[in-house]
Design a binder for this molecule. Structure first.
Ligand code: FAD
Length: 517
């Protein structure tokens, strides 16, 4: 059951429980808590803001908001709550940019730590040399990391499609975009972390120092510690990007070409794909600022009533090597089986390409279409199940159209580190399928309730057809579901929770563990 009424009831129930004073009277609203000596401050005027997120379905009020001015502020707060022990119900959520979908960065009745506040006090340090890297605060936005490192002609290697997300937020999940087939997800491109555990200890960790904590935190859904600093691998930043979109009418050709490209040594630098169902304006959906050189041809392409598959690729280049790049691109394109009249190309700066979704964000904000519910469903689908999945979902469930973009592109398992906490399908190649829904209407085809029901149908189909999908940015309501998500790794995950956050203080909004009072 996922109706909004159910969610509202749950929200009220949770808020009610958590706003009740605990036996020891040590709720965050209590003055003894506010007497903690910190450099930053606790505030209550912004609790409403801390109870919102991009998903816009859950609004669970914390009691207070911490604006840390130092790592020590966060450590002191976690230590204090840890020392209260199980006599207190207080939990703590690190909040990145609040771009979670189902309240994952919320702390009902507890403390929300605004991680972005830390970035005002802690600066980024870019290091040159043969293996360049940047040390950046956990609450820093990726767009700021890019702008900072570009000053030195450097840039991180692996991205998300949208850069107004924080380092700590994406590293707690994985951080996936079209570079991940080659570079691995963002969690495969981090050398070192500074973490505050659920006991309040500040620990430096890497794959050679406190390695268990390091790997647990990466993809760990905020369960084991708060990331206060990350050392991120850099490479020489490309100056320009050749940005290409081509269309397919045949799903098999589309996925075979994608898989060929992600397995080749000589290939593109970024590979993604979209499913377009019965839509107009196919080349310029909300998440892109793609302006092809040949807009007339693009606007003539008939897409209404059809299901099309758009392959999106980029090749990085420096202007002095334009000819060489074109030669390579032509060679790669000649191997693909797209509809020949649908080759659309553009050339933009690296920054413009990486920050592409932000352009659309600004347009949607103007129309009031950004701050609406977003019942997204993100799945990792094993390669062997992708055809059955597509036949059912695109052929039967979503035939009328879709209220948001649908991404579909393959990833190489070999680029993922199986020591991290993230859970992925057990196959060499698996697909990210992201249903990025918006629910602008309270009733009708696009309503939140209808979209949530549609998501349930997709999940039920996978279960019935025995397609071993894993949710990305997972959202479950029962321990049984979490157990099944983690599979054989559940016991290990629980054991690490016991070790690093034994009182279940951290990231309560993920709803995996509950603080037992
Ligand atoms: P929040 O939502 O604030 O936090 C997410 C979780 O991490 C919470 O549980 C929180 O408590 C915890 N957390 C936050 N900061 C820290 C920290 N410093 N230490 C420990 N735990 C922490 N994801 C992709 O992989 N690829 C994409 O291309 C992509 N595109 C997106 C586009 C949009 C428009 C949106 C809204 C989301 C997108 N995401 C994408 C998902 C994104 O990775 C998640 O929303 C993620 O939660 C990051 O958001 P955030 O930084 O705002 O973190």
């Amino acid at each position: 059951m996922t109706s909004p009424t159910f969610k509202l009831l749950m929200a009220l129930l949770l808020t009610g429980i958590n706003s009740r004073k605990s036996d020891s009277d040590d709720t965050p609203g209590n003055t003894s808590f506010h007497r903690l000596s910190i450099d930053g401050q606790f505030t209550s005027h912004d609790v409403e803001q801390a109870a919102t997120d991009f998903g816009n379905q859950y609004h669970l009020l914390p009691s207070t908001v911490l604006h840390p001015a130092s790592v020590a502020d966060i450590a002191a707060t976690v230590t204090y709550v840890f020392q209260l022990g199980l006599s207190s119900r207080v939990t703590i959520a690190a909040r990145g940019h609040g771009h979670s979908l189902q309240g994952q960065a919320q702390a009902p009745g507890g403390i929300v730590v605004l991680m972005e506040s830390l970035g005002k006090w802690k600066t980024m340090q870019t290091h040159h040399g043969p293996d360049p890297y940047v040390d950046a605060p956990g609450g820093e936005l990726w767009i700021n990391v890019l702008k900072e490192t570009l000053r030195y002609g450097l840039a991180p290697k692996s991205w998300t499609d949208y850069l107004h997300l924080t380092i700590g937020g994406t590293l707690s999940n994985a951080g996936i975009s079209g570079q991940a087939f080659k570079q691995g997800p963002q969690i495969s491109n981090v050398h070192q972390l500074e973490v505050i555990t659920g006991k309040g200890e500040v620990v430096n960790c890497s794959s050679t120092q406190n390695e268990e904590l390091f790997h647990s935190v990466l993809g760990g859904l905020g369960q084991f510690g708060i990331i206060t600093q990350a050392r991120i691998a850099l490479e020489t930043a490309p100056k320009m990007v050749k940005w290409i979109r081509v269309l397919y009418t045949n799903f098999t050709s589309f996925t075979e070409d994608q898989e060929m490209l992600i397995s080749s040594e000589k290939t593109f630098d970024y590979i993604e794909g979209f499913v377009i169902i019965n839509r107009t304006g196919i080349l310029n959906n909300w998440r892109s600022s793609f302006n092809p050189k040949n807009p007339v041809q693009a606007s003539h392409f008939k897409s209404v009533g059809k299901t099309l598959f758009c392959l999106e690729m980029t090749k990085n280049f420096d202007p002095e090597n334009h000819e060489k790049m074109m030669h390579e691109v032509e060679g790669l394109l000649s191997q693909l089986r797209y509809v020949p009249s649908t080759l659309f190309q553009s050339e933009v700066s690296y920054l413009e390409f990486l920050d592409r979704v932000h352009v659309s964000e600004a347009k949607l904000r103007l129309k009031g279409l950004w701050e609406i519910p977003h019942p997204w469903l993100n799945l990792l689908v094993p390669r062997t199940g992708i055809h059955a999945f597509a036949n059912e979902i695109f052929g039967k469930i979503l035939t009328d159209g879709s209220n948001g973009p649908i991404l579909l592109y393959p990833l190489n398992k070999s680029k993922w580190d199986n020591r991290t906490s993230v859970v992925i399908p057990d196959e060499g190649v698996f697909y990210l399928v992201a249903f990025l829904w918006s629910a602008p209407l309270s009733s009708g085809q696009d309503s939140l309730e209808k979209t949530l029901t549609q998501n349930e149908r997709i999940l039920e189909f996978c279960k019935k057809a025995n397609i071993q999908i894993k949710q990305y940015l997972p959202y479950y309501r029962t321990e049984e579901d979490w157990k099944s998500h983690f599979g054989p790794r559940w016991e290990e995950f629980k054991q690490k929770k016991q070790e690093y956050d034994p009182l279940a203080i951290l990231a309560p909004g993920q709803r995996i563990f509950q603080k037992e009072v």
